[in-house]
Design a protein around this ligand. Structure first.
Ligand code: MF3
Ligand code: CO
Ligand code: CO
Length: 270
C-alpha cells in the first residue's frame, strides 16, 4: 500500500480516508480559500478576467503549491472565471468586467499531494437585487447540502436538500455538472449530484472527501458548452451562480476544508 492508495474503497469505488488525512486536506483547502479571499479587491469594473487569473497563478506559485487546473485535460489557466450567464468552466481572457457583472472564481490547488477545490461569487461594481438574490440562494443551497452530510445519510439526501431549497425559491439547479470525490486526486467517485431523491444513492461514511458545488440558474436548468469545449452557459441566457466547498465526512457531520480564513466566503462580506 503506497501513500496514494491509503485507506479503502467502498463498493461504489469511493475512498475512505484515514483520520490523519484530514490535516492534508485542511492545508490544501485553506490555501485555495485564502487565494479567493485575496483576489476580492482585484474584482472591479474595467478589470479583465485574465488579470484576475494571473494574480491567482502568481499566488499559487508564491505559496509553493501547484495549480491543479493548469495542464488538466489541456486547460491552461489557474482558475475558471464564469461571468453572468456562464455556468462554469469560463476561461479567463481579455473580457473586461462591467458594472453589475457577477462572476464565479474557481480555484483548485495541490498542497503536498492533496487537492483543495473551492469557488465563490464576486461582483464588479453594484450588485443588482436579482443577482443578490441568486447569489444568496446559491450560497444557502450549498450550506443546506453540507448540513445533510453525516455518516448514514445518502448522497441523494444532499441533492434533495439542495434541489428542494433552490426550487422553493423558484430558481433551477443545473443537472449537467456535479460535485466529485477528491483527495490525492482531482476528480474521483462519486458524482455528487445537486438534485435527487432523499435516501437514494450511496451511503455516506466517515472519511469520504468530496466537493459540493451547486450551480443555480434564474431561468431554466439547461446548459450548453461553447465551441472552445470548456465554457458552459445557460441555454436561455439567464444568470447563473455557483459556490463550492471541499468537505470531509466526520463521525457526526462534515468538516469544511475550504472555509475562508478572512470570513469572505459568504456573499454579504463586502
Ligand atoms: N475546479 C473545477 C471543479 O470544481 C474543475 C475545473 S477543471 C478545469 O471541479 F480544467 F476547467 F479547470
Ligand atoms: Co470541484
Ligand atoms: Co472547483
Amino acid at each position: 500500500m503506497n501513500e496514494t492508495h491509503r485507506g479503502r474503497l467502498t463498493r461504489e469505488g469511493i475512498r475512505i480516508h484515514e483520520t490523519a488525512d484530514f490535516a492534508g486536506m485542511h492545508r490544501a483547502g485553506a490555501l485555495a480559500a485564502q487565494i479567493l479571499d485575496e483576489i476580492a479587491e482585484y474584482v472591479f469594473v474595467g478589470q479583465t478576467t485574465a488579470a484576475i487569473d494571473k494574480l491567482i497563478e502568481d499566488k499559487v506559485n508564491a505559496s509553493g503549491a501547484k495549480s491543479a487546473t493548469i495542464g488538466y485535460k489541456g486547460y491552461q489557466h489557474a482558475s475558471c472565471i464564469s461571468v453572468n450567464h456562464v455556468v462554469c468552466h469560463g476561461i479567463p481572457g481579455d473580457k473586461v468586467l462591467k458594472d453589475g457583472d457577477i462572476l464565479n472564481v474557481d480555484v483548485t490547488v495541490i498542497v503536498d499531494g492533496w487537492f483543495g477545490d473551492t469557488s465563490r461569487m464576486y461582483v464588479a461594481g453594484k450588485l443588482s437585487r436579482k443577482s443578490e438574490r441568486l447569489i444568496q440562494v446559491t450560497h444557502d443551497a450549498l450550506m443546506k447540502g453540507i448540513e445533510a452530510v453525516r455518516p448514514g445519510a445518502t448522497f441523494g439526501d444532499i441533492g434533495h436538500a439542495i434541489q428542494s431549497y433552490v426550487e422553493a425559491h423558484r430558481m433551477s439547479v443545473v443537472r449537467d455538472f456535479c460535485g466529485h470525490g477528491l483527495g490525492r486526486v482531482f476528480h474521483s467517485p462519486p458524482n455528487v449530484l445537486h438534485y435527487g431523491r432523499a435516501g437514494s444513492g450511496p451511503r455516506l461514511e466517515e472519511g469520504m472527501f468530496f466537493t459540493i458545488e451547486p450551480m443555480v440558474n434564474l431561468g431554466r436548468p439547461e446548459t450548453k458548452v461553447l465551441a472552445d469545449d470548456w465554457t458552459a452557459v445557460t441555454r436561455d441566457k439567464s444568470l447563473s451562480a455557483q459556490f463550492e466547498h471541499s468537505i470531509g465526512v466526520t463521525a457526526t457531520g462534515a468538516e469544511i476544508f475550504t472555509l475562508s480564513p478572512a470570513g469572505k466566503f459568504h456573499p454579504t462580506w463586502a
